[in-house]
Design a protein around this ligand. Structure first.
Ligand SMILES: [Zn+2]
Length: 216
C-alpha cells in the first residue's frame, strides 16, 4: 500500500509494533538497499510533509532527519507499507553516502551489495560524475570533450561491430561489443543532456502494465 500523506498513517499497525515501524530505505534509481531504521507516526509524517526521510532515533530518543549533521540526506520518493502494514519500504534519492562509514549503503562489506542489473545505473551515475568533474586521463572525459558528433560516431561504430559479432555467431565478441555499445550510448545520452532514466521512462510508457506506481 502506498502511503501518500499523513491521512494514511492510521492504516499502519502501530499497536503491534509498539509505535515504531521498521523502515527499509531503497535507492529509487538503482534499487540498492541503503539502510534500515525506525519511524514513529511523527517521523513518518515529517518525512511525507517535507519529502526528506526522517526516522525516530531510539538511542537519542528524538526525531532524526537523515543528513541533518552529515548533509547526506535522503530525498523522499515514495513510502510503501507491506502486506501486514507493519513494515515500510521507503524509496529515496540519496544526496551522498548513506552510511556513517561514508559507504553508499549500510550493507556494504568488501564488495558493494547491488542487484546485477543495477550496475548499468551505477555506470550511468559514474558517467554523470565524470561529466561534472572531467578528471584528466579518463576516457569518458576525452569522449565528452570530443563532443556529441564524435560520440555519436563511436556509437555508430560499436553498433555495427555488435551487429557483425551477432551475424558471425561469435557470442564472446557479441558480449564485448554490446558492452562497448551500452557504455558509449550512456556517454552519448549524457552529452545530449539525457540520462538512462529518461530512456527507461520512455520504455515504461510503452508498457503501461509494467509501469511502477510512482517512478523513482
Ligand atoms: Zn551505516
Amino acid at each position: 500500500m502506498l502511503i501518500r500523506d499523513s491521512r494514511d498513517l492510521q492504516a499502519l499497525d502501530w499497536e503491534k509494533t509498539d509505535g515504531l515501524i521498521p523502515a527499509i530505505v531503497q535507492d529509487a534509481f538503482d534499487g540498492r538497499v541503503l539502510m534500515q531504521a525506525y519511524m514513529n507516526p511523527e517521523a513518518l509524517a515529517h518525512s511525507l510533509d517535507n519529502r526528506v526521510v526522517t526516522f525516530w532515533s531510539r538511542s537519542r530518543e528524538k526525531l532524526w532527519t537523515k543528513g541533518e549533521t552529515s548533509g547526506n540526506s535522503l530525498q523522499l520518493v515514495a513510502v510503501h507499507a507491506d502486506c501486514d502494514n507493519d513494515c515500510l519500504l521507503v524509496l529515496a534519492h540519496p544526496s551522498g553516502p548513506t552510511c556513517h562509514r561514508e559507504t553508499d549503503t549500510c550493507f556494504d562489506s568488501s564488495r558493494p551489495v547491488r542487484p546485477r542489473l543495477a550496475f548499468i545505473a551505477t555506470l550511468d551515475r559514474l558517467v554523470a560524475q565524470r561529466d561534472a568533474e572531467r578528471p584528466e586521463g579518463s576516457y569518458t572525459t576525452r569522449l565528452l570533450e570530443a563532443g556529441v558528433k564524435r560520440i555519436a560516431q563511436k556509437v555508430g561504430e560499436e553498433g555495427v561491430e555488435t551487429a557483425l559479432a551477432a551475424a558471425t555467431g561469435d557470442r564472446e565478441e557479441l558480449a564485448n561489443e554490446a558492452a562497448d555499445l551500452l557504455y558509449h550510448l550512456l556517454v552519448l545520452l549524457r552529452a545530449s543532456d539525457l540520462s538512462l532514466g529518461d530512456v527507461i521512462q520512455t520504455l515504461e510508457s510503452r508498457h503501461g502494465q509494467l509501469k511502477p506506481e510512482r517512478v523513482g
